[in-house]
Design a protein around this ligand. Structure first.
Ligand SMILES: [Zn+2]
Length: 330
């Protein structure tokens, strides 16, 4: 089978490898779709200071079709469409086949295409959507209209938000957010912060702002969007040290809460597994919609091009998925 390794920063190679054998508790899966995640991009481009090279630790959002199960596996059988949390060993699923332990394998709910049924990011999104304290009738704004920001905006509507806004700098992404149900989508580079507050909150500011941009300035934008004593949830992955305008907090008195994996529930595998099931269920119910959001659907031989597009052309793509099977992702 083929698998992708990152030989050194900015150099991916497709190499031949043996198809792995499942142990009694493992499932062998023919890969159909693997999400290309920012954390992968950090490793592939040398921005993750913990990465060592060459590395196979890329590709942690996979799914596919079961081809073989170990003797003790009972919940899935060959031929089943499944999604998984990670792959065995964590992050190594840009390959034609991958292994995972049975508890991490979910039957794919009916009607979800492989391109969209990525249990791992759907778990993270659901952690944010259901972990945020959103009161019925709240005005909520999301900072960042990437894959996560878009789906979080969809999810908070389901949680009872009355007004849902989203801000970004990429017009194409804002247009998608409008078509996917945001009440307003605003360009921060063109006065969008004040416009969002005026149009969606009568100028008062948002009760809740979820920062899903993970960039310098994202937290400050969140502070500006917030009403007095509202809550900022930090969801975006900030991998660099950043400067934050704490002075603005003095006047606004925000409540600041991390809303990614680590808090407030105990950081257990069991909790991740439950969230993956919740995420897939929310997609099956039509709450999360990925049309126009997952668009870069490409074969494994085109992975380098997909990486380049995600890094340098955010107007052309929100999220890519890689499909090793001939013809790409179904
Ligand atoms: Zn990810």
């Amino acid at each position: 089978m083929r698998k992708v390794i990152c030989v050194e920063p900015n150099r991916l190679e497709i190499v031949e490898a043996e198809i792995p054998k499942p142990s009694p508790t493992q499932v062998l899966i023919e890969t159909r779709a693997v999400g290309l995640c920012s954390t992968d991009l950090y490793v592939m481009t040398g921005k993750d200071s913990d990465a060592t090279y060459p590395t196979e630790l890329i590709g942690h959002e996979p799914n596919g079709v079961v081809v073989e199960v170990g003797s003790e596996v009972t919940r899935v059988k060959p031929g089943d469409r499944v999604s998984t949390l990670w792959a065995l060993g964590g992050f190594m699923a840009y390959a034609d086949y991958y292994l995972q332990e049975e508890p991490y394998v979910y039957p794919m709910p009916e009607g979800i295409p492989f391109a969209y049924g990525l249990a791992e990011p759907l778990a993270a999104i659901s952690r944010c959507v259901f972990g945020a304290d959103i009161q019925p009738g709240d005005a909520v704004c999301v900072v960042g209209a990437g894959y996560f920001g878009q789906l979080i905006a969809q999810g908070v509507r389901y949680r009872g938000a009355f007004r849902v806004g989203i801000v970004d700098r990429v017009p194409e992404r804002l247009a998608i957010a409008r078509r996917r149900g945001a009440d307003g989508a605003y360009n921060v580079a063109e006065g969008g912060i004040e416009q969002a507050k005026a149009e969606l909150t009568g100028g008062e500011g948002f009760d809740v702002v979820i920062e899903a941009a993970g960039v310098q300035g994202g937290i400050d934008t969140a502070t500006e969007l917030l009403r007095h004593a509202g809550t900022i949830y930090v969801y975006g992955l900030h991998v660099r040290e950043e400067t934050i305008n704490v002075k603005a907090w003095h006047y606004k008195s925000p409540r600041i809460q991390n809303n990614h994996w680590m808090y407030p529930v105990p950081f257990t595998t069991e909790r991740w597994l439950r969230l993956g099931a919740i995420g897939l269920d929310m997609m099956a119910r039509g709450v999360y919609r990925c049309e126009e959001i997952i668009t870069g659907i490409t074969g494994v031989e085109e992975i380098a091009r997909a990486v380049d597009t995600m890094l340098h052309h955010p107007d052309q793509i929100v999220k890519a998925v890689i499909g090793p099977k001939a013809g790409g992702v179904e």
